[in-house]
Structure formats: C-alpha cells, structure tokens
Design a binder for this molecule. Structure first.
Ligand SMILES: *[C@@H]1O[C@H](CO)[C@@H](O)[C@H](O)[C@H]1NC(C)=O
Ligand SMILES: *[C@@H]1O[C@H](CO)[C@@H](O)[C@H](O)[C@H]1NC(C)=O
Ligand SMILES: *[C@@H]1O[C@H](CO)[C@@H](O)[C@H](O)[C@H]1NC(C)=O
Length: 469
C-alpha cells in the first residue's frame, strides 16, 4: 500500500508539472483572452469577534498584582522632577514595548513632552485578552515615570496592553508582552548602543562596538533604531539572529528623528535590560569600555555583591576620517578599525562620566548617572587605572560637538598619544572581519549552477534578466 503511494504521488506531480508547463506555453501563444461576460461575486467571510474561541489562561499569565513595586520611591522621584528634562513639545502617545516582569508591566513610549509636564501626569493602563478584546473592569490609573514610561499592574489573562491619556479615550493599538520573567537575568553584561538615527553608514562602527565589548565580556546589546541605513540594518539583523542583540524599531510621527530622543532610547534600553542582563553599561556606539588592569567582570566580582553602580571616566579620541560607507572588500574593513587608526587623546576625566548599573537595583538611568539606588547598595567610582571609556569623536563638522579639539585646546588640555596592546587589537580585527565578511562578502549566481530540473522552465528567464551569469 505504502510503496504504491510513493510511486504514484511523484509521478502525478511530474505529470502535473509538465501539463501545467504545456498549457502555460499554449496560453502564451494565443493572443485572444477567452472569458465569460458574467462577473462572479465571491463572498469573503469575516471572522467576527463573537466567533473567536475562548482565551486559555496559561500558568505564567495567571497573575494579578495590586501595587506597583517601589511605588512610593517612584512617586518621590517624580515629584523631584527626575528625568523630566528632554523632549519635543508635541509628542504623540506611541507605544514601543511592554516588558512583563514578575510583579509589574512597564510600557515604554516615544512621547516626551516638556511643555505641559508629562512626568507624573495620569495615564491609563488598558488590558486585552488573547483576542485583543479589552478585559472589562481592568483599567488601571498610573502616571508617567520615568519621562517616557508607565508602570502598570499585572492582570491575569492579559495578553496585550495599551495606554490612553484619558479613561474614556480610545486606547493605542495594544501590543504584546516581551517576557522578563527570569528568576536570574540570563545575561551577565548588557550594553546599550545609543540611539540609531540618520542614514549615514554605521555598520563598520557598530560591528567594532559589538565585537569589542564581546571581547571584554558583554553578551547582550540593546539598540533603539529611529532611522537606519540598509547595511547597518543587515549587521543588526545578524546580531539579533545570533542572539547577541535586541533591537527596538521605533516609529515616531516626525519626518526626521535626529536628536532629542535620548530619553526614549535610554528608558527603552533600561527596561529591556532589567531582569535580562545583570549589569547594564549605558553608553553610545562610539564609546568603548577599556579595562586595563583585569577583565571588567572580574573587577566587579572583587567589589562584592553590594555594588550596584560603577562610574567610569572617559577620554575623547579624535577621529580624523569617517568610517567606511560601502563594503567593497574585507581588506578595506581590516584597514578601518578605529582602535588601530586613531591615537590622539588626553587623560580620562570624570567630566561626563558613564555608568554601569544593575537595572534591578536602580529606578532610572540618565545619560551620565542613575537614580534611586536600592538601600544597602553602593556606587563605586572606578579608578582610571582600572578602566575608562575611549570615546571616538569625529571631527567632521557634519556632527554635533565636532569642534571638541578646539575646546580642549582652549581648556589647555594636555594631549597624549596612545596605542592599544597588539594582542587585543589583532583579536578585535579578526572578529570584525569575521562578522562583516559573513554578512557582506557575496558572489554572483552562475548559470552553470542551476539544477537540471529548472533548466527548461526557469533558466531562460534567469539568463535573460541577468540574474545568473
Ligand atoms: C489560576 O489560578 C487560579 C486561582 O489561583 C487556579 O484555580 C487556576 O487553576 C489557575 N490556572 C492556571 C492555568 O494556572
Ligand atoms: C598615531 O596615528 C598616526 C596616524 O595614524 C600614526 O602616524 C602614528 O604612528 C600613531 N602613533 C602611535 C604612537 O601609535
Ligand atoms: C557580479 O556581477 C556584477 C555584474 O556583472 C559585477 O559588476 C560584479 O562585480 C560581480 N560581483 C562579483 C562578486 O563577482
């Protein structure tokens, strides 16, 4: 019985393909279209809300909470205006992500108004079941904190969440949860990669940024993308595929997203990392943490488990050329490593420090510091001879603060030349080459490689259209 089936099916398939081919060719030859004059009306049945099957509540989602964790502290920070400082005055309420933690949900948005102070103003959490039907009586009145984010209670059976600015207002399109229900964060060290905006090529810098921090112990990267060029997107895709990165694609209502998006990106990164990375380094993708005495995680371990924040000094390194725009060959990539090419800098300073925090032990982060350290935990100012940041700053006038060298000269800064140890530099170069070669090194399709079975039907088209050579 079985063997009959195995012969019959392939044979039928072959006959079908040939008949199809034959009629297809026939059709192409006759120029007259034979049709009926009648127009047939096809019904398209709509699956109405009442037709949906009942939602099943899974055990992970069988949880309701009654109070936001650390609510008193969040209110206090709100009253003190923590994180209120940046934004455009006409921002719409647009949802980015909803992070599901054990005892709360945090919804991040791209709204960051400062005219009618947004921080602390009421906003309503709206809960939806698996069919995206709002759960009756589930609305919860919360407030904005930090600036762009909203803490919501958990509701058993909620599969989607949304926000509205008023109780009786149509909520935004509900979004699903990103699960952060781990007992222990699965990553030891995560890194925020700053805001990605503008269409200038960043693929080379981002590959070096990720590969460098992987080398010093990071295993997760968080990027917030407002605008992106195609090649940089390909590199981020690859890091997402291999589980090294999570990317928030943020769609705002503005034609150009450039600048003024720090709070959106920082809070997005912070909540994404909470319960996902034990430590979070809050930097931009042109900044590189340089541990010069011992591996950074070893240093952290030596500080004991009551440390929740590290403050790093920084030095700017003048970048005299812009990074590669197009990928031509791997040799050009090899010659474009910032860590090798640029060496003019100064002693690190704590003037604009950067921090590494435990996202579960602080209540918010800003560009250069954090807020609301949990009692009993301490901040360590990391000595310059242990670790600091190298900030590669371009001198191209296209970019913000590019005249920093003149400023440093005015401040009578003493410049120095530095070079990084060969052993590290070679490893970095090798890893950057490996990832960029993997995504960008391509070869053409040759017509000789087209399988016999497609020679008749498809090859003529591929040859004619130049897809194969
Ligand atoms: C959800 O919780 C209720 C009450 O605690 C319990 O009776 C029910 O079995 C739970 N359901 C699931 C799927 O865990
Ligand atoms: C610094 O960089 C310049 C330009 O690339 C190079 O000529 C010089 O040899 C470098 N100096 C050191 C100390 O690496
Ligand atoms: C692929 O073919 C195009 C068009 O003929 C040519 O310009 C290009 O150099 C080829 N690419 C490679 C990698 O051989």
């Amino acid at each position: 019985m079985y063997s009959y089936k195995y012969i019959f099916l392939p044979t039928a398939l072959i006959i079908f393909i040939f008949t199809f081919d034959y009629f297809n060719n026939q059709k192409a030859e006759s120029s007259e279209l034979l049709t009926d004059k009648v127009v047939y009306v096809d019904d398209v049945f709509i699956h109405e809300k009442k037709d949906f099957s009942k939602c099943r509540v899974e055990s992970w989602n069988n949880k309701t909470t009654w109070e936001i964790p650390r609510i008193a502290k969040l209110k206090l920070l709100t009253e003190h205006g923590v994180t209120k400082s940046e934004g455009l005055n006409d921002g719409e309420l647009r949802l980015i992500s909803a992070f599901l933690y054990e005892n709360e949900i945090v919804v991040t948005t791209s709204r960051q108004r400062t005219d009618k102070p947004q921080l602390g103003t009421p906003v309503f959490c709206r809960y939806f079941d698996c069919n995206r039907v709002e759960i009756p009586g589930s609305m919860y009145k919360s407030f904005f904190f930090p600036l762009t984010s909203v803490h919501c209670l958990r509701k058993a059976g909620a599969s989607f969440i949304s926000l509205s600015l008023a109780e009786n207002e149509q909520p935004q399109v509900p979004i699903p949860f990103i699960h952060r229900l781990f007992k222990n964060p699965p990553n030891e060290l995560g890194v925020c990669g700053g805001q990605i905006y503008g269409l200038d090529a960043k693929w080379m810098q981002i590959a070096e940024f990720v590969e460098h921090h992987k080398l010093i112990g990071a295993n997760m990267f968080y990027f917030s993308v407002f605008e992106i060029d195609e090649m940089t997107r390909i590199v981020l895709n690859e890091y997402e595929r291999s589980g090294f990165a999570e990317v928030s694609m943020i769609n705002t209502e503005y034609t150009n997203a450039a600048m003024m998006r720090h709070m959106v990106q920082i809070h997005e990164c912070f909540y994404r990392a909470r319960q996902h990375s034990k430590w979070l380094l809050n930097i931009d993708h042109d900044e590189f943490l340089i541990p010069t005495k011992m591996p950074i995680l070893k240093y952290i371990e030596s500080l004991g488990d009551k440390t929740a924040e590290l403050i790093f000094s920084m030095r700017r390194i003048a970048k005299f050329k812009e990074s590669l725009e197009n990928y031509n060959n791997i040799q050009e990539v090899s010659n474009d490593i910032q860590a090798i090419n640029y060496n003019l800098t100064h002693e690190p300073t704590y003037g604009s420090p950067k921090v590494m925090v435990r996202p579960d032990k602080v209540d918010a982060i800003l560009l250069h510091w954090s807020y609301g350290l949990e009692p009993g935990y301490k901040t360590i100012v990391v000595p310059k001879n242990v670790a600091f940041l190298n900030h590669y700053r371009t001198i191209s006038p296209k970019f913000l603060w590019s005249n920093f060298i003149e400023t440093l000269i005015k401040q009578k800064t003493k410049f120095i030349h530095v070079t990084l140890r060969e052993k590290y530099v070679e490893k970095l170069r090798e890893n950057v080459i490996q990832i960029l070669g993997y995504v960008f090194e391509k070869h053409n399709v040759t017509c000789d490689n087209i399988p016999i079975s497609l020679q008749r039907s498809t090859k003529p088209y591929l040859v004619k259209s130049g897809i194969c050579k």
